[in-house]
Design a protein around this ligand. Structure first.
Ligand SMILES: Nc1nc2c(ncn2[C@@H]2O[C@H](COP(=O)(O)OP(=O)(O)OP(=O)(O)O)[C@@H](O)[C@H]2O)c(=O)[nH]1
Ligand SMILES: [Mg+2]
Length: 352
């Protein structure tokens, strides 16, 4: 199961108080001030750990406290500082202040660390307050309070393939047959309001992530229909799959419209490598020739049926090979992997 979001309270440790104490020796009962400083309270960090794939732990436990620093003691002994607390999260986790929404940072690579609540400084002991004119100070400071805040952890999954199509093109259905995701499917437009993600598994433990987004209509780039929301979601996927149902009156025209809509939204997005998927193959008699759709920029055209299961294995292998190719091209160009930011809450069951 993947959990993409968790809100937890982090409470850093308070610093130990400084001590107020005077040295007493056998022959010098009035030694100088020797109260030591308090130790630091523990800070809390979020740290990327590649062994983790979910934020599940934080769903079950949502309060994390670091220990307080020890108080200072006589003989100028400084109180012990407490160990900092590290919260392990999967790489790709974004951290925000849950109350203000302010971005605190993100941990993208294994070992990346981010301070989320600073431990309080230890207070000074009276030994520190001694001056030439003030030789027997009794002052001492309490330890500083540790920071406390509510943080929101959001896991950004990198979506490899983004499905783009008009309402009813069969995007959600395709995702549901290729992965364990269970998006809502219906024969009315705009069934999908928020993107859904699914893990597509192939033989040999190969997987990729597919994102199903709300349907796109003419004028979408200008905010029509569900507006720009969906296009923002595919902006960061590695490749796009344009879905054109074979019962469309003019598949060529539909493909053009989709491409144009994407181009009007962003030239960069229009340049994302893509494939053309002719969906609902079962609606044409099996012996009828497929309509010819010219798609010179597409890496390939495949006809599939999610309902009859036609062409799905071929599609998975094709997308895998296509992704491998774009990955190595991107690595050569030194590009960092794009990520899909899914708003709100979603979860889905993994195939394994
Ligand atoms: N015959 C047939 N029907 C299909 C196929 N795939 C999807 N459908 C049907 O087409 C309708 C729309 O499917 P969805 O998967 O919800 O389409 P969508 O692209 O996600 O639609 P929106 O979320 O509204 O953008 C549903 O009634 C599906 O059952 C297919 O391969 N063959
Ligand atoms: Mg849908």
């Amino acid at each position: 199961m993947f959990i993409d979001r968790a809100v937890v309270r982090v409470v850093a440790g308070t610093g130990g108080s400084g001590a107020s104490s005077f040295a007493r020796f056998k022959y010098n009962p009035k030694g100088g001030p020797d109260g030591g400083d308090g130790g630091h309270g523990g800070s809390i960090y979020v740290r990327a750990d590649a062994n983790l794939a979910t934020l599940l732990d934080y769903r079950y436990r949502n309060l994390w406290k670091a220990g307080r620093g020890e108080h200072g003691r006589g003989k100028t002994q400084t109180g012990a500082s407490t160990d900092d607390l590290y919260l392990p999260v999967p790489p790709g986790t974004v951290v925000r202040d849950a109350e203000t929404g302010v971005l605190l940072g993100e941990v993208l690579r294994e070992g990346d660390t981010l301070l989320v609540a600073r431990g309080g400084r230890g207070g000074r002991g009276n030994a520190r307050f001694a001056t030439s004119t003030h030789q027997a100070p009794r002052e001492w400071e309490p330890g500083q309070e540790g920071e406390e805040r509510q943080i929101e952890l959001v896991l950004k999954l990198i979506a490899d393939v983004g499905l783009v199509g008009e309402p009813n093109a069969g995007k959600s259905t395709l995702l549901s047959v290729l992965s364990a995701a269970r998006p809502k499917i219906a024969d009315y437009p705009f069934t999908t309001l928020e993107p859904n993600l699914g893990v597509v598994a192939l033989l040999g433990h190969r997987t990729f992530v597919m994102a199903d987004i709300p349907g796109i209509i003419e004028g979408a780039h200008a905010g029509k229909g569900l507006g720009l929301r969906f296009l923002q979601h595919v902006e960061r996927t590695r490749v796009l799959a344009f879905l054109v149902p074979l019962d469309a009156p003019d598949p060529q025209e539909t493909y053009h419209r989709l491409r144009e809509e994407v181009r009007l939204y962003s030239e960069v997005l229009a340049g994302t490598p893509h494939v053309l998927l002719l969906t609902k193959r079962d609606l044409l008699p099996p012996d009828d020739p497929l309509p010819i759709v010219h798609a010179p920029d597409a890496a390939g055209t495949l006809a599939i049926s999610s309902v009859a299961g036609t062409g799905l294995d071929e599609l998975k292998e094709f997308l895998w090979t296509f992704l491998e190719r774009t990955r190595s091209a991107a690595a050569e160009a030194g590009a960092t992997p794009p990520a899909l930011d899914v708003p709100g809450y979603w979860e889905f069951m993994d195939d394994e």
